[in-house]
Design a binder for this molecule. Structure first.
Ligand code: ABU
Length: 472
């Protein structure tokens, strides 16, 4: 230790002090969730024009920490992630410290073993006994990889020749599916116009009769249906498509069946709630973001495949012998099944966290988040000024502000003003979205530290914000 140079030791010691004081602050109930700092000020402070020194870099690190949104605070309800993960954080620090890359076993032996272990465990949870897959940079990327695999199954020559001369491939998703499905169609050359959005029922689930009709219609028009993307946990309403029914339609028409479980995949860990994903085992591929409901630091996503050999088929290419050598352990080189060449170690933070919580620990936390979501939904239902706009099946609570004596035409405007007032005054941070034409506040109960008292406080603050907005 004595041999570590002072110019490394001192900033590191100072940095860990900053980490501890940041964490102390982030946990405070009274903490401002989104510090109010103007764009101009941020641009001035974080300009690269002036050269730095160790002293002003220390100041800038602290300024960065002071300016960030407090995503670790229980009052951060804005996204599909929230909270601070101790072992996730330690895993991230070790990842940066050891600065490795996932392409070869030679380069990352331990991380390769950890990644394979996690992929195997998560595959089995989905219902793929001999499944496999890879870590990817997020749910969008997992969805794209799944669509690419499906394209390969239906038009294998496209890997070499492109899609020229191939009859148009058509994908099917629900109206409420994540936008990344459309991007995926653009990225893999299918074309956004060849994605059919299937209507959803009142709750927001894909209507399977409409799916079947749309597939027949596409076939009758000389195009080739190839891919159905179901969603387990939609982004706004947190709804689960009926996987068993969709799976049997995919089998009937011989289509690739993908499940976007980016949000809801973690529910497979709960014996109480996993029925929401009944039928996941019928799918060909599955995306799952552990940085959402499992609380791992972003990004921490896996793309899983029932028959993982397809990943090798997609990714095998010439000109790689400088990297992948024909050694004994070559079958462990995960770069052979990844779209990326250099790839960061995302497995360690999840492996450490999983070791810490165990399946049971995750199950307990996830079940508690469900109870908290129901508690929040009840608070909305009990309020005279709020109305619930979704059937709360998981952790999304969507509600609108609708005070007595105010015309229904004004609900959208009042709702967004209440949300913005909360954020602008440093209070709880919640997002807003549309359910059809209704603007709703979307509250997400994803933080393992969340308690009922936080939700009580949140709704008290909503009531105060309503009073403020109505007086203005
Ligand atoms: N898949 C990203 C979801 C973003 C959000 O609504 O929090």
């Amino acid at each position: 230790m004595e041999h570590i140079r002072q110019d490394i030791r001192k900033p590191l010691n100072q940095f860990f002090d900053s980490v501890l004081s940041y964490l102390e602050q982030v946990q405070l109930e009274t903490e401002i969730i989104k510090p109010a700092i103007s764009q101009e000020k941020l641009e001035r402070i974080f300009s690269l024009d002036e050269p730095g020194s160790a002293a002003n870099i220390k100041r800038l690190i602290n300024q960065y920490l002071a300016s960030t949104v407090r995503t670790g605070n229980p009052y951060f309800f804005n996204q599909l992630f929230s909270g601070f993960s101790l072992y996730g954080f330690i895993g991230e620090v070790i990842t940066a410290l050891t600065n490795s890359s996932m392409y070869t076993f030679e380069m990352s032996p331990v991380a390769t073993i950890m990644e394979k272990e996690l992929i195997s465990k998560m595959s089995k949870l989905v219902g793929y006994p001999t499944g496999g897959g890879t870590f990817v940079p997020g749910g969008s990327n997992g969805n794209m990889l799944a669509m690419l695999a499906a394209r390969h199954r239906f038009a294998p020559q496209s890997k070499w020749k492109g899609l020229f001369g191939v009859s148009p491939l058509v994908a099917f998703i629900s109206e409420d599916a994540h936008y990344s499905m459309l991007k995926a169609a653009s990225q893999v050359g299918i074309g956004i116009k060849n994605v059919k959005k299937i209507p959803v029922n009142e709750q927001g689930q894909m209507i399977t009769e409409d799916l079947e009709d749309a597939i027949i219609d596409v076939k009758n028009n000389g195009k080739l249906p190839f891919f159905v993307g179901a969603t387990s946990g939609t982004t706004v309403r947190g709804v689960f498509d009926p996987l068993e029914e969709i799976g049997s339609i995919c089998r009937k028409f011989d289509l690739w069946f993908h499940v976007d479980g980016s949000w809801g995949g973690s529910i497979l860990l709960s014996s109480v709630h996993r029925d929401l994903l009944a039928g996941a085992e019928l799918s060909d591929s599955f995306s799952w973001c552990a940085h959402k409901m499992m609380g791992a630091p972003l990004m921490c996503t896996v793309a899983l495949f029932k028959k993982p050999d397809i990943l090798m088929e997609i990714n095998q290419i010439s000109g790689t012998d400088y990297l992948f050598h024909d050694e004994q352990d070559a079958q462990l080189d995960l770069g052979n099944i990844s779209l990326q060449c250099g790839r960061r170690v995302d497995a360690l933070k999840l492996w450490l966290s999983w070791k810490y919580y165990g399946d049971k620990g995750y199950e307990k936390n996830i079940d508690r988040l469900f109870s908290l979501a129901r508690y929040a939904a009840k608070k909305v239902e009990q309020s005279a000024d709020l109305r619930l706009l979704n059937d709360v099946k998981s952790l999304n609570i969507c509600f609108q502000v609708c005070p007595k004596g105010i015309s229904a035409d004004a609900y959208n405007d009042i709702t967004v003003r209440v949300r913005n007032h909360l954020m602008e005054t440093g209070g709880p941070m919640v997002n807003y979205a549309y359910i059809k034409s209704d603007l709703v506040i979307r509250l997400i109960t994803a933080n393992f530290e969340l308690r009922e008292t936080h939700l009580d406080q949140f709704f008290d603050q909503v009531n105060k914000a309503i009073d403020f907005v109505l007086k203005k």
